[in-house]
Design a protein around this ligand. Structure first.
Ligand code: SF4
Length: 222
């Protein structure tokens, strides 16, 4: 690694292991300087902004890192930025975002009280679904965000978020309505707000899911 790149990574707070070869001792492999394990928020955000782990980096206006309270009780995970999110750099904006805000308000929370992030940090073209290889490439960033937030409850909105967090290919309809686990963290699965805009009759389900999330955060019945 050249000195300029090393200085740049160190200025971002990214720990870089520099190899030293000792006589008679095999050189150990150089650590990946963009491995999120161990990164703090200060290092993580610029590392995500510079990420080229999958092809989606080519079409993005910017990465959509996530917003909100970095020590939130609730962390909401969606699937991927859309056109407006890509333009503004914030997840869940537009009509679906407003509906999410209204649902949070009904629970007594403001958007700034929770942390909101997506499975993918870059927008897929034409708002297509995330591909498995893209979700896998982006997984270390989301995993590190969850580790840093340490939420009491994760709320997976939409099929792709639920399947990514739970490591399953079960349909969303079979996953919602009961608690799951991501490591030790309870997970509640619910409909994506964009789906609720198309199917308003499903809002009652979503409300029950949020009430379940609230009861889990209070320590009831995980
Ligand atoms: S979607 Fe994720 S893995 Fe792919 S380039 Fe963007 S930040 Fe990197």
């Amino acid at each position: 690694m050249d000195a300029q790149k090393l200085a740049c990574l160190q200025s971002m707070g990214i720990a870089v292991w520099v190899r030293r070869d000792y006589a008679g001792r095999a050189a150990e492999p150089e650590a990946d300087p963009l491995d999120p394990a161990g990164m703090d928020w200060q290092a993580l955000e610029p590392a995500v902004a510079a990420c080229e782990r999958c092809e989606l980096h080519r079409g993005r206006t910017q990465t959509v890192f996530g917003v909100g309270n970095r020590r939130a009780e609730f962390m909401i995970v969606g699937e991927a930025p859309g056109a407006e999110e890509d333009r503004r750099g914030e997840p869940f904006v537009g009509r679906a975002g407003k509906l999410l805000d209204a649902m949070l308000a009904a629970l007594g929370f403001d958007r700034s009280d929770v942390f909101i992030a997506n499975v993918l940090k870059c927008r897929p073209a034409e708002n297509r679904d995330p591909r498995p290889e893209e979700a896998a490439a982006c997984a270390p960033w989301l995993d590190r965000q969850i580790a840093l937030v340490q939420p009491r409850v994760l709320i997976a909105v939409g099929k792709h978020a639920a399947q990514r967090l739970l490591g399953t290919d079960s349909p969303l309809g079979r996953l919602r309505g009961r608690p799951h686990r991501y490591g030790k963290v309870p997970v509640v699965v619910t409909w994506h707000p964009a789906y609720l805009l198309r199917r308003p009759e499903a809002k009652a389900d979503a409300w029950r899911d949020l009430v379940l999330a609230l009861s889990l955060a209070r320590g009831d019945g995980a």
